[in-house]
Design a protein around this ligand. Structure first.
Ligand SMILES: [Zn+2]
Length: 399
């Protein structure tokens, strides 16, 4: 464990710049891996992502620690010699804040609830903490959140202890320290947490700014906690406020009542949809009765074929009408839906097979389709082709 690498030295609130020397340039995939005499770039590790920025203007795509060396992966062709390092400081600050907040919440989850952290990941949008425990109540999470925010308010110091391995038991560590190190780096958040860690941390809890536990879910027999801190809370609040205000204006209710108002609206919409569906069924029934009467199809059987084209209808409407027609008559109905360029053919008379007649006509007209003895569907490339196909049946019905 590196005890005091240069990447801890950077002023989080400064300009993020430093001078260094490129001592080696290695080929790495399509890019280059740079070894520097010193670096302000944090390499990926311990659940914290690598820093970004530039080295002599070349974008740093990744930073890794391999065999005790820190490799800076860049695109382009830099040469050895003096260089300027420019760190993406807002990203470093953000990760540092998230990381320290994670320590705080992990520490308090253990102290308040007895839930140890098994793993964590600092993501670009939120941090996840997987704790060993099931059915953790909302109240517990809120209590931990309150206590974490109180640590921010009272500005609990964050102290780095560099400790020889034989003295590590002096600290009530939340997790087991790595083996084989000369020095263990223990990060203490006063009154909340002791944890061995090599990541980057703010010097005191007030620098975290704000902490929010967004929620939790079951995860591989554990509980996954979603966490944001610092400016991410500000961003989250702005997004939520903007959305809530949009809903508030649209529903003409105060922001605080948008949830209840949205649920009431959904309930109202569901009822309207039900009524609309019933009305559509009724309309289809009336339409079907009119067709039966007009075409004199009452008492008709499978020898009578009736076709009709509905240019403005889709298959759902046509199918609805088809179901009603089938109940009222034993004739064969071939109904075309202009919107979808499809048709449905059906017959309710027993022992009938409508397929041969349809297949023959389809082949002539150049459409595609298939189905069973009493229900058949098909499709055409154009509405005109569908109309011509249907006209063929009308001729047959009239014959
Ligand atoms: Zn840490």
């Amino acid at each position: 464990m590196r005890t005091k690498p240069d990447y801890y030295d950077i002023d989080l609130y400064g300009d993020g710049k430093a001078r260094a020397e490129i001592i080696e340039v290695r080929l790495r995939g399509g890019g280059r891996a740079l070894v520097l005499d010193r670096t302000i770039f944090y390499p990926e590790g311990g659940g914290q992502g690598a820093d970004r920025g530039t080295i002599n203007g070349y974008d740093v795509l990744d930073v890794r620690e391999e065999d005790g060396e820190i490799l800076h992966i860049v695109e382009g062709d830099p040469v050895p010699g003096p260089c300027e390092l420019v760190l993406d400081l807002s990203r470093r600050r953000d990760f540092t804040v998230q990381h320290t907040a994670q320590h705080l919440v992990s520490g308090l989850m253990l102290r308040r609830g007895g839930y140890p952290t098994v793993s964590m990941r600092l993501g670009e949008d939120y941090t996840t903490i997987d704790v060993d425990g099931k059915n953790i109540s909302r109240e517990t999470l809120l209590a931990v959140e309150d206590e974490a925010v109180f640590a921010v308010e009272r500005d609990a110091p964050v102290v780095i202890h560099l400790c020889p391995p034989e003295r590590v038991e002096d600290f009530p560590l939340r997790k087991i320290p790595p083996k084989g190190e000369d020095v263990i780096r223990v990060v203490e958040i006063a009154g909340c947490d002791f944890s061995p860690c090599c990541g980057t941390h703010v010097p005191s809890a007030a620098r975290i700014g704000m902490i929010r536990i967004l929620g939790s879910e079951k995860y591989k027999g554990m509980t996954r906690i979603y966490l944001i801190a610092g400016r991410r809370c500000l961003k989250d609040s702005r997004v939520l406020r903007e959305n809530a205000e949009t809903v508030s204006r649209a529903l003409s209710v105060p922001v605080e009542e948008t949830g209840a108002a949205a649920l009431a609206l959904l309930e109202k919409t569901a009822k309207m949809e039900e009524r609309l569906k019933a009305a559509a069924e009724e309309a289809a029934r009336i339409r079907a009765c009119a067709i039966i009467e007009k075409a004199e199809l009452e008492g008709a059987g499978p020898d009578t074929w009736y076709a009709e084209y509905f240019p403005g209808a889709d298959m759902e409407e046509v199918s609805k009408l088809g179901r009603q027609l089938r109940e009222l008559s034993g004739a064969v109905f071939v109904l075309g839906a202009g919107k979808d360029k499809k048709f449905a053919a059906l017959c309710s008379a027993e022992g009938v097979d409508i397929r041969p007649g349809l297949k023959e006509a389809l082949e002539k007209a150049g459409g595609k389709g298939g189905g069973g003895k009493d229900f058949f569907q098909g499709q055409f490339a154009s509405g005109d082709e569908l109309e011509a196909f249907l006209a063929g049946f009308q001729t047959k019905a009239q014959a």
